[in-house]
Design a protein around this ligand. Structure first.
Ligand SMILES: C[S@@+](CC[C@H](N)C(=O)[O-])C[C@H]1O[C@@H](n2cnc3c(N)ncnc32)[C@H](O)[C@@H]1O
Length: 240
């Protein structure tokens, strides 16, 4: 069930952070004008209970969602290695979208669709159990206490992600921000929809082989901030 009315303008205003950086270079602008339109999920076309698999030209085995893909390196890496999966990348920052488009063109990928707004607005419209995996990699940490309410990890967003995900589907979250890491772990302990995939403490300090390093993770490492890599599974009936 959709929990919020489809008010694009109101939802768009709730995205914190920048949407535009430097002026796009001519090639980036050309990609945004020509390659983006057929790949873009327009906010006006969203319908309650939408099956995201219907967004792709050919049948896909599952649909995976990356929230806040930045410049898109991780999304491109996954999409190239999983041609049978349909990927939705969400990123309000147009410069990041332009970088992703350059990668899509270079690699000739046909399995990525793009939503240029708040991931919560997209998720509100997705059918129950329609996502096979979700990536939330290095979300903005909003370090000041008065901005904590902007953090993407909160109980409402976790519940909405859980609703959109198939039982057994994986949710990956990474951060290089120690306080946000504690915040994420404490919120995950307070919800019942996801089960942490961890056997020993060192598991969350080691990036899995199929989780390439993102730009923000690399920046954190250069500046001396180690990252944590969290993997959760959407609870199934067998977990009860
Ligand atoms: C710190 S950056 C990390 C980018 C990338 N995942 C990485 O690891 O390099 C966080 C990204 O999330 C995006 N973002 C912030 N709020 C968002 C929202 N509500 N929906 C989708 N993306 C969002 C920002 O525009 C930004 O590019």
């Amino acid at each position: 069930m959709t929990r919020h009315p489809a008010d694009t303008s109101a939802r768009a205003r709730r995205v914190h952070g920048r949407r535009r950086g430097k002026t796009l270079r001519p090639r980036q602008r050309a990609l945004v004008e020509t390659l983006l339109p057929p790949l873009q999920i327009a906010a006006e076309t969203l319908r309650e209970g939408m099956d995201p698999a219907s967004l792709f030209d050919r049948p896909v085995r599952e649909v995976w969602l990356e929230i806040g893909f930045g410049k898109g390196e991780h999304l491109l890496w996954q999409a190239e290695r999983h041609p049978d999966i349909g990927f939705i990348g969400v990123e309000p920052f147009i410069d990041g979208v332009a970088s992703l488009l350059a990668g899509i063109e270079e690699k000739g990928l046909g399995n990525i669709r793009i939503f240029r707004d708040d991931a919560r607005f997209l998720m509100d419209h997705l059918a129950d159990g329609s996502l096979g995996r979700c990536f939330l990699l290095f979300p903005d940490p909003w370090p000041k206490a008065r901005h904590h309410k902007r953090r993407f990890v909160n109980l409402d967003n976790l519940a909405e992600m859980a609703r959109c995900m198939t039982p057994g589907a994986e949710l990956r979250i990474g951060t290089d921000h120690a306080d946000y890491g504690r915040w994420i772990l404490s919120h995950m302990l307070r919800q019942d929809d996801f089960v942490w995939q961890v056997e020993k403490p060192s598991d969350c300090l080691t990036r899995p082989d199929d989780w390439p390093q993102t730009r923000y993770e690399a920046k954190g490492a250069r500046e001396g901030r180690p990252s944590i890599y969290l993997s959760y599974r959407r609870r199934t009936q067998a977990d009860d």
